[in-house]
Design a protein around this ligand. Structure first.
Ligand SMILES: Cc1cc2nc3c(=O)[nH]c(=O)nc-3n(C[C@H](O)[C@H](O)[C@H](O)COP(=O)(O)OP(=O)(O)OC[C@H]3O[C@@H](n4cnc5c(N)ncnc54)[C@H](O)[C@@H]3O)c2cc1C
Length: 439
């Protein structure tokens, strides 16, 4: 599904309640009252439609990419929180039981507690959840705990928000509007069922076994999985999967990792995993033969849909994982387009598969540039960071404007490289990036 169609569908879902309220043709109220209702409806619709972004539907992550999906999610949730918070303060009509003659509630706003309590809960929960997400790194609990709290909180906001709209909303008395809210709430419940029930249930039928766990660089491991049954796992070079090692598929213990193998290399799937926190630090203890499950493939970091005369792969640290998959695939499919790999690390012992990279440079013609910020004394390659000057020197030619750029690494590095490439005249549509952060 093209990204444009996704955006249109998203806008349709968020604007549907407002349009259906407008089409009811009720007697107008003061501008402030209409703004209050509009802000509340829009905030709720945005929150409900957010679950499409987060439902891990492949047609979304495959097209838009996780980076864009996560940035959209954050922006929309923050905007919805602002709208929801201001919504009750706009009402100017008297807060009293509607007189008998005011059947369309043109001159009154309900203050009946049984109608507004679900709204109060949602109203308190939404900004709390947004603030907790913004300050997540400062909160000292495990990612899995945060994910559970965030998911449950979001579900409660959706349910209480819809209850409030149905009980207290002036326009929600209309049967079409009731239907609209229930359909949107149905989408939320389906997203939950899809991620936490349907997908794990499907994974039960496709178990994997750990074939090997090997140290390949400083604090970096390669994990290879083999399918337990003869079922195909179709992915594209550069995509990622949620990996669950040693837990049942219904547990929340799963982490996203890019696939580093090439789809052309057979049924085994490889991952390069850097020690970061509580789960990744235990990778070295995983025993071959352990049970594993995969949810995927996800992600848009694939060169297949992007024809270009040349390919630039720019990696920072473990961001090499998806780019190695792409390089291996280019070699396996005998793709002879000019290719450059710019690979930044802090120290030499962090470079993964230096020999394989050298052989790619030798046999496949990949132009390989290592950049080290803490080089050893006898280092003859580039030093420092992947700087604008280095990018200009490598990709400043006229022909490079038409190349495809695939970036993966720490967020700050990606942002700076994106800015430099665009300043060099590379269109944003020719830059694919993934920041390895899923908040
Ligand atoms: C699309 C994508 C692809 C990735 N590919 C790779 C890869 O190929 N190799 C690699 O080494 N790392 C990769 N990462 C990063 C990797 O997922 C995290 O380093 C890992 O999950 C950290 O887990 P932890 O429990 O060891 O660390 P923690 O200390 O628990 O977490 C460190 C940070 O990692 C993130 N994180 C932790 N758990 C999860 C989770 N269950 N889901 C989502 N994010 C989580 C959070 O931002 C957290 O703050 C990728 C991330 C994303 C989003």
């Amino acid at each position: 599904m093209p990204v444009r169609l996704l955006i249109i569908l998203y806008l349709f879902a968020t604007l549907l309640p407002l349009c259906s309220a407008w089409l009811q043709g009720l007697a107008p109220r003061s501008i402030a009252d209409e703004l209050a209702s509009g802000a509340g409806s829009l905030a709720l619709a945005v929150i409900l439609a957010e679950f499409v972004l987060l439902g891990r539907y492949r047609f979304v992550t495959r097209r838009a990419g996780t980076d864009i999906v996560m940035r959209m999610h954050q922006l929309l949730a923050r905007s919805a929180a602002v709208l929801a918070v201001i919504h009750p303060f706009f009402y100017t009509t008297r807060r009293a039981p509607a007189p008998d003659w005011d059947v369309s509630r043109q001159f009154s706003v309900t203050h009946d507690f049984s109608a507004i309590w679900p709204g109060i809960i949602a109203w308190l929960l939404l900004p709390t959840l947004v603030l907790m997400a913004i300050g997540r790194n400062a909160l000292a609990y495990r990612y899995e705990t945060w994910r559970l709290v965030h998911g449950l909180g979001a579900a409660l906001i959706a349910v209480f928000g819809v209850l409030h709209a149905l009980r207290a909303g002036r326009y929600s008395a209309d049967p079409v509007m009731v239907y609209v809210w229930l359909v949107l709430l149905g989408g939320v419940l389906f997203a939950f069922a899809y991620v936490y029930v349907l997908t794990p249930a499907a994974q039960l039928r496709r178990p994997w076994r750990v074939a090997a766990v090997r140290p390949i660089a400083k604090k970096t491991w390669e994990v290879t999985l083999r399918p337990e049954r003869d079922t195909a796992f179709h992915y594209r070079a550069g995509q990622f999967a949620w990996l669950n090692l040693g837990h049942n598929p219904f547990s929340l213990q799963e982490n996203p990792f890019s696939i580093s193998s090439s789809p052309a290399s057979g049924s085994e799937v490889g991952f390069i995993i850097k020690e970061q926190g509580d789960f990744t630090r235990t990778i070295g203890q995983v025993q071959p033969g352990s049970r594993a499950y995969l949810d995927g493939p996800h992600g848009h970091l694939t060169i297949k849909d992007h024809p270009a005369p040349g390919i630039a792969l720019i990696a920072g640290g473990v961001g090499i994982a998806p780019l190695l998959s792409i390089l291996r695939d280019l070699r396996a499919t005998r793709d002879t387009r000019p290719t450059t790999l710019l690979y930044g690390n802090r120290s030499e012992d962090q470079i993964v598969y230096p020999d394989e990279l050298e052989s790619l440079a030798r046999d496949h013609g990949t132009h390989l540039i290592h950049v080290l910020s803490e080089p050893p004394e006898d280092w003859s390659g580039e030093t420092g960071m992947v700087s604008p000057d280095l990018l200009r020197a490598e990709f400043g030619g006229e022909e490079h404007k038409h190349w495809l750029y695939v970036l993966c690494g720490p967020p700050a590095m990606i942002e700076s490289i994106e800015n430099t490439l665009m300043a060099l005249g590379v269109p944003s549509g020719k830059i694919l990036s993934e920041r390895f952060s899923y908040d």
